[in-house]
Write a protein that binds this ligand. Structure first.
Ligand SMILES: O=c1ccn([C@@H]2O[C@H](COP(=O)(O)O)[C@@H](O)[C@H]2O)c(=O)[nH]1
Length: 281
């Protein structure tokens, strides 16, 4: 099966054409209830289909949160599979937020599940956890390269607890988050127009000027909306790297459902705010 064009190139083009917003598909039980849906597979399917139909033709990236589908076992995964395929068919890139991470031999199987082009859950990119050591991700990096897919490595996460691990200082004086960024810069060396190996860096984190965010890859930035960050924070948090930022908004958009027009309008408002913030940088 022929590889896709590298994820970084496809993402850069999508960001240029559609703007950088990533809408998260997070079917929380509380949102299903707010939408008047049952907390069951039918509710999950209706929720996902509504989001995909409302925004997949407009935004650059959709990010389904796998946890909310896994909750329903194999039938939930079937809904996830369909949502990924429909979102991609509508022109959005799909970042599967499954945060996989394990020893290399098991990591290879996770990679097969999400990054092998003919896998049922193939996604344009996958979130991965490097906290079994960056080197444990090698099978995922290799398969992503082979398929034209990408990875987003948890470097500096949006949650307040993340610092306990990510700000831990190594023997060489560099902290763990900075080390992950340095690995990604190596991975993306020479890639044009953008590397395929991105970092997750929370939009909630305030001033990150002590970190080298110039990894020549995308920075997936969750935290806008429900976690308190705003689009206006982006230039301050990301500095010169702001043009490589893919800001994620999940609940901030989803709370406007189930009306597809209201969902689309909410996504458009966030997209406008993000555009204005990036242009002001
Ligand atoms: O550091 C991280 C990494 C991932 N996430 C995920 O992003 C969305 C955020 O949802 P909101 O509703 O916009 O808060 C969710 O799927 C998280 O698991 C993150 O928040 N922070």
């Amino acid at each position: 099966m022929s590889p896709l064009e590298p994820f970084g190139a496809r993402l850069r083009r999508a960001m240029d054409e559609r703007g950088p917003l990533c809408v998260g598909i997070d079917p929380h039980a509380s949102l299903l209830a707010e939408w008047g849906l049952n907390d069951d597979v039918a509710g999950l399917e209706r929720f996902s289909r509504t989001v995909v139909e409302a925004v997949a033709g407009r935004v650059a990236v959709l990010k389904p949160q796998s946890a909310f589908y896994e909750r329903f076992g194999s039938r939930g995964l079937a809904v996830l599979e369909k949502s990924v395929q429909e979102a991609r068919a509508a022109g959005a890139l799909v970042v599967m937020d499954a945060k996989r991470g394990d020893i290399g031999s098991t990591m290879a199987a996770y990679a097969e599940s999400f990054l092998r082009k003919d896998a049922p859950l193939f996604s344009d990119a996958l979130t991965v956890s490097p906290y079994l050591g960056y080197g444990s991700l090698r099978p995922a990096v290799d398969l992503a390269r082979e398929s034209g897919a990408g990875l987003f490595v948890l470097a500096l996460t949006s949650n307040p607890e993340g610092g306990e691990v990510q700000h831990a200082v190594r023997a060489d004086g560099r902290d763990v988050g900075a080390t992950m960024l340095a690995h990604l810069a190596e991975e993306n060396a020479g890639a044009r127009p953008l590397g395929s190996f991105g970092a997750v860096v929370g939009a909630t984190l305030g001033d990150l000027s002590s970190y080298d965010l110039a990894v020549n890859g995308p920075l997936l930035a969750p935290g806008i909306g429900a976690q308190g960050a705003t689009a206006a924070d982006l230039p301050r948090v990301f500095g010169a790297a702001v043009r490589n930022v893919v800001p994620n908004v999940s609940r901030g958009v989803l709370r406007h459902g189930p009306d597809p027009v209201a969902l689309r309008d909410a996504a458009e408002r966030f997209a406008e705010e993000i555009r204005a913030a990036v242009d002001s940088a």
